[in-house]
Every structure is written in C-alpha cells, then in structure tokens.
Ligand binder design. Structure first.
Ligand code: HEC
Length: 461
C-alpha cells in the first residue's frame, strides 16, 4: 500500500462505526415485517424484499469498511476475529435471504425462516462484540444495577465512594485507577490496546507499551504516562489525543504524586505521604480529610447500653456519646450539682467507653480515685479542684491514650512527675494553683519536653 492508499483506507475505515447501524436497522425491520405479515396474514413480500436488499448491501459495505478499520490495529485479537467473521456471516446470510425472498434463489420455506432468525442472532452477536472492541468488555454492564449485572455475569467494577478515613483509601485502587478509567481506558483496555499499551490493571501497566515501560517508580518526569499528559495539548503525542477532555491540573498532580511516591499499587493515602499541596488536592477533589486522626476518631468500642448512660444522668452527670458516629462517651459532673460519691460506681459499666471524663470540684480524695481503674480509653481527664495528691493518681499510671490531664487546684506536688512520665500520649497537663512549685514545674517541663506544662505561664515557650 502506498501512503495515500493507507491514508484513504484509514479514513474510510473510520466510517465503519457509523455505517454498521444501517444493516442492523434494515435487517431487524425485515424480521419484524415478516412476523407482522404472518400474524396478520398479509402479503408484505415486496417491502421485505426491499428491506433485505438494503440490509444486504449495507452489510457488505460495513464489512468492507470494518476490514479497513481493523487494519488500524490496536484491537483485541480474539474479539476482533469473532466480530469480523460474525459480521461476514451477517452479510452472507442477508444476501442469501434477499435472494430467496425475491425469488432469485429457491430455498425451502423453513430454511428461509431459519436463515432470517439466524441472521438476527448474528447481528446481536456482532454488535455486542463490536461494542466490546471499541468500549472494552465491561462497557455494557458497567452501570447495570447490581442484580442485573450478576445475572449477566459482568461488572467486577466497584463504584467508589472514598471512605472518610485516609488510612483505608488506597491511592492506586481508589484514585489513580478511576482517573485512568475515565480518561484513558477507552483506548488502553484489555480489548483495545492503542500504542500496545493497556492501562486497565497493574500488571498490564507494568508491561508497558510499544516503546517499553510507561512508569518509572519514584520518578514522574521519566514516566511516559506523565510525559504524555503534560505535553502541550496540541502536541501529537498528548494524551488523551484527539481533543478529548484532558486531565485537570489536580488530576495531573495526583498522578505525579503517585508516581513520585513509588507507583505502589497497594499503599494507602497515608502510606503515600501527604504534603500540604496534596492535602489540598485530596480535600478539594474527594473531600478527604488527611489531618492525623485523634485516638477516638481512629479507635472503635462497642456501644454501651442506653440504661448505663441514663443511670449516670439520673445521678447528676452529663453522659453522652462524643459524636454521632462514635461510641466513645463523655461523662461530666455538672458544675452546679453535687454528686454522691457512691454514684462513681455507676461508671464501672462504661469503663471502656469513657474517653472524656470531668470530675472537677467533686471533693474527691485519693481513695475515691480507684474508680478510674481500668478506664483504658481515657484521653481527657479533668480532676481539678479536688483534694487529691500524686499518691491517689498512681491509679492512672500507664494510661496509653491520655492526652490531657487537668490537675488545677489539686494538692499534687513535684512528685507527680513520675506519674506524668508514665503517660506516653500526654500532650498537656494543667498544674496551676496546685502544690507544684515554680521550680518543680520547670523541672517537669524539662523532663517532658513534648508536653505542654501549664502552671499559669507557659513554660514550654
Ligand atoms: C482516543 C484514544 C486514546 C485515549 C483516550 C488515550 N490514548 Fe494513549 N495512545 C493512543 C494511541 C493511538 C497511542 C499510540 C500513538 C502514540 O504513541 O502517540 C497511544 C499511546 C500512548 C502511550 C505510549 C505507549 C508507548 O509505549 O508507545 C502512552 C504512555 C499513553 N498513550 C498514555 C495514555 C494516557 C495516560 C491516557 C489517559 C490520560 C491515554 N493514553 C488516553 C490513544 C489514546
């Protein structure tokens, strides 16, 4: 073929997807007319004959154009094989049906009938395979309701709603793959592999394209997929080509981020590392909050029985979940009500759930503090304005998640350091108006550089 011939073939081939609708229409109409003619016992032979002739001519043209288009390459070979020959069969059978209907060929009436129905089935098969060639095998059932998709055996596709926990969002699976699917898979899928590149799965992507590897882990700027999406849009090599909607700036950033972080196929958003720019992009595109989560947002406990909360309320406490979707609770002595110390016992039933506990100004002594034993999920503890000392506080030693401890107006002295040192998550301690002297407070601050020690002046700054 000369270049001109090649170009003409390529040009004509592009009309195949347009022309194929004609034989489908004509031939199906012929089938329908045949049914009507029989049901009503009327003679439609002339009309049917014309429909079959038009359909036969159109199928031959579609076959020729399809042949030219296939020469373009880039299609899945086995699908193409079956599509091609099913299409040829449609043309042959429709020509035969027309010859029979118009009396140019004698066929037993049953043979004619069989050929007509065979033709309808062939059209359906050819059309379906053709659809798979252009759109990929999942196209048809992609948006089918789940039960329908299951019956028809398609759709392994998951519709992705990003979870709000960045630890459970996987960068490739939940972000990159859907981007590629939206903007690239049309031409780079299992069935249609333009540039010999399939972007539909990690394995296929790693196999590269015509010119070898398309991803260089850890280096976006050497990765062919990144180069192709960041060329000037009018460049011949720009992807997606042909004026199709390009990736947005933020989408390009996401792909760059993924490639630069090592192009891993399993890592979560958090594993991948979120810098301020990506934090912004992820929030904008996906509403994903990537700030580190506090313990109570990450951890899970079983909900307590509602009666356990109402008995606390009856005893004069405020007792409620800390958030609508969270089983951790806050228990607080109301400032204006005094509580009976015996009611501290009620907290035994919610030891796992209590994470914020306020029992300031409750006249608690060291002996009373034993009720705190086993409250392993405490993150904030208010014990201010109680006559307690470091002796009683030993009961909270080692609490793994306690972040904030208020000992304002208590009788603790510098000896409390030992207890504070045993609290690995401690961020803030209030010692104002306690028996801790300013010198001791300074020592505590020096011993605990990561903790904000508040004695009314901020020692850490
Ligand atoms: C409309 C069809 C189409 C779409 C959509 C498309 N491509 Fe392509 N792609 C091609 C064709 C055709 C080639 C081969 C010609 C070439 O290399 O420019 C190709 C080649 C490539 C290559 C070079 C492969 C190699 O090894 O030579 C890369 C990389 C690539 N595409 C990436 C992408 C990415 C990333 C997207 C999505 C943003 C995309 N493509 C979307 C048609 C498409």
């Amino acid at each position: 073929m000369t270049l001109l011939e090649f170009q003409i073939a390529g040009f004509l081939g592009r009309f195949h997807p347009l022309v194929v609708h004609l034989p489908i229409g004509f031939l199906l109409l012929a089938g329908i007319a045949e049914i009507i003619a029989r049901k009503r016992a009327i003679n439609l032979d002339q009309g049917i004959s014309l429909m079959l002739l038009s359909g036969a001519v159109a199928s031959v043209v579609a076959v020729v154009l399809g042949w030219l288009l296939a020469a373009d390459g880039g299609y899945d070979e086995s699908t193409l094989f079956w599509h091609r020959w099913a299409g040829v069969a449609v043309a042959v059978v429709s020509v035969a049906a027309w010859l029979a209907k118009s009396g140019k060929l004698t066929l037993a009436s049953n043979t004619y009938k069989a050929s007509l129905w065979g033709m309808v089935v062939l059209i359906a098969v050819t059309g379906h395979l053709g659809g798979n060639l252009t759109h990929g095998p999942n196209y048809l059932l992609e948006y089918a309701p789940e039960p329908v998709a299951q019956i028809l055996g398609g759709s392994q596709k998951q519709h992705i709603v990003l979870a709000d926990d960045p630890d459970s969002v996987r960068v490739y699976q939940h972000i990159i793959a859907p981007l590629l699917e939206a903007k690239c898979l049309e031409c780079h899928n299992d069935a249609k592999v333009k540039g010999d590149l399939n972007l539909a799965s990690p394995e296929a992507m790693l196999a590269g394209g015509d010119n070898g590897d398309v991803i260089v882990a850890g280096n976006s700027h050497d990765s062919e997929i990144f180069k192709r999406i960041t060329l000037r849009p009018d460049s011949k090599k720009f992807m997606p080509p042909g004026g199709k909607t390009p990736l947005s700036y933020n989408e390009v950033k996401l792909i760059e981020w993924w490639l630069d972080s090592g192009a891993d196929f399993e890592n979560s958003v958090i594993d991948t590392g979120v810098d301020p720019e990506m934090k912004f992009v992820l929030a904008q595109l996906y509403g994903l909050d990537t700030d580190p989560k506090s313990y109570v947002e990450r951890a899970f406990v079983e909900a307590t029985e509602p009666e356990n909360l109402s008995s606390l309320v009856d005893a004069g406490f405020y007792a409620q979940p800390i958030a609508a979707n969270n089983n951790f609770i806050e228990v607080k002595k109301k400032r204006t009500t005094d509580i009976d110390k015996s009611s501290l016992k009620l907290m035994d039933k919610v030891k796992q759930q209590v994470t914020w506990l306020h029992v300031g100004g409750a006249s608690l002594t060291d002996q009373d503090l034993t009720f705190l034993e086993g409250m392993g999920n405490l993150t904030r503890l208010h014990l201010e304005n109680n006559p307690i000392t470091e002796e009683g506080l030993k009961v909270i030693e080692g609490l793994p998640y306690l972040e904030s401890l208020n000992l304002y107006g208590t009788d603790v002295t510098g000896g409390v350091l030992e207890t504070l040192q045993s609290l690995p998550s401690l961020k803030k301690v209030y010692l104002w108006q306690s028996k801790v002297s300013p010198e001791e407070a300074t020592q505590i601050q020096e011993a605990l550089p990561d903790v904000d020690v508040d004695i009314g002046v901020n020692l850490s700054s």
